[in-house]
Write a protein that binds this ligand. Sequence first.
Ligand code: CTP
Ligand SMILES: C[C@](O)(CO)[C@H](O)COP(=O)(O)O
Length: 230
Amino acid sequence: MTVAAIVPAAGRGERLGLGRPKALAVVGGLALVARAVDALVAGGVEAVVVVAPPGDEDTVRAALGSRRVVVVPGDDDRVGSVAAALDALPADADVVLVHDAARCLCPPEVVSAVIDAVRAGHPAVVPVTAVADTLKRTGAAGEVLATVDRSGLAAVQTPQGFDPPTLRAAHQRARERRAAGGPVLATDDAGLAEDLGVTVVTVPGDPRAFKVTTALDLAMAEALVSAGPA
Ligand SMILES: Nc1ccn([C@@H]2O[C@H](COP(=O)(O)OP(=O)(O)OP(=O)(O)O)[C@@H](O)[C@H]2O)c(=O)n1
Ligand SMILES: C[C@](O)(CO)[C@H](O)COP(=O)(O)O
């Protein structure tokens, strides 16, 4: 039995604005995608499928160096990119993680906690952190409509863990919804599993698993790597 992972790295990184795919941005001398793969392997992942921007597969392979990964081309959105990797998973995988290349500093302990929870029998697992800010619902003109009770809310990170049939069924349902002209509203894989009626459980996430989205995030990642192990 194998612990496998899909690393969606096919985004264009518009909000980071480097003019090249975000997964190829470098922190402490290593591309984000290489750091994300290393974190997964350190946490117990044995086989990795990286999803590259179509046309940039060789550049992504070069950034990954000698790491033993399969690289496949992605799609227009994250859901499509993860789906594009499903057929490249090892046949004997009993756990599949999906981990954003952009969450490049995820501690290995988070990875292993997600794997352990799937192996304990949970079909879908997400790492979460507490929400620190007050949350408000706003209207079209930016006016505050209501204050949201944050006590029952959590911020969701990756890696998200699944038993393979659950992840495949979740993406099959998403494909069917798209084919029928309906929207795919989920912004993560666990959301697709929820759409199937699967109960998703949580494990503790970690602030270091933040998603590099903007230039400030990239600067924070660089500072954390320069500061050394926390
Ligand atoms: N078509 C896409 C879009 C996103 N992703 C991946 O999904 C993760 C989370 O996406 P996000 O942080 O939004 O990355 P980008 O889409 O690159 O960012 P932006 O929205 O700023 O362009 C990233 O690792 C990204 O590479 C992907 O594989 N395929
Ligand atoms: C999958 C994710 O990282 C969980 O928080 C998040 O939903 C990705 O969102 P994005 O808009 O594709 O960056």
